[in-house]
Write a protein that binds this ligand. Structure first.
Ligand code: ADP
Length: 162
């Protein structure tokens, strides 16, 4: 058994929400080290640049000692090999997440048999929350303060002149 397991939590985090933070807190209690791996995905239109997402995430998790923030482009399976990890953390909010997550997990395992994907469920307060929902509410003038970490709220308001 590997006693120094590093788990990787990949995602676009555009922007990080309290749902993401809930999953990170849970993962950090299970694994000695958790790396949040932020994707530079050119197929998706992001509100925040990779650097902005990395900075917001770093500020949001600064109090959790065993969590680091990194970024990658290309295949997650290749990134995992580079950092010598085989554990992927993903969050499951509802049944609707399942099909996509199941496909991704099996594809990653097909690319590398060693990869295990661990699904964690957030507090039920966050099961309806997504980054796109936050952007939509903010865009329509709604109050999104309770859905995101303070560091994200501040940057979000500056970026969008709110
Ligand atoms: P991706 O583009 O990879 O789906 P996201 O940043 O949207 O990136 O999500 C990253 C991971 O976090 C996914 O596993 C997603 O299901 C999970 N996630 C997103 N929002 C929440 C939430 N409110 N509660 C729990 N998990 C979440």
């Amino acid at each position: 058994m590997n006693t120094k397991i590093t788990a990787v939590y990949p995602g676009s985090f555009d922007p990080p929400t309290k749902g993401h933070l809930d999953i990170i807190a849970r993962a950090s209690k299970i694994f000695p080290k958790v790396i949040i791996a932020i994707t530079e995905n050119y197929n998706k239109h992001h509100m925040f640049s990779l650097q902005e997402r990395v900075d917001m995430m770093k500020e949001s998790v600064s109090s959790i000692k065993n969590v680091e923030v990194d970024s990658f482009s290309g295949l997650l399976a290749d990134y995992l090999i580079n950092i010598d990890s085989f554990i992927v953390i993903r969050g499951l909010r509802a049944l609707s997440d399942f099909e996509y997550e199941f496909q991704m997990a099996l594809m990653n395992r097909t690319l590398n048999q060693k990869i295990e994907t661990i699904f964690l469920m957030p507090d039920q307060l966050y099961t309806f929350l997504s980054s796109s929902m936050v952007k939509e509410i903010a865009g329509l003038g709604g109050d999104f303060k309770n859905f995101v970490p303070d560091a994200v709220y501040k940057r979000f308001k500056i970026k969008n002149n709110l």
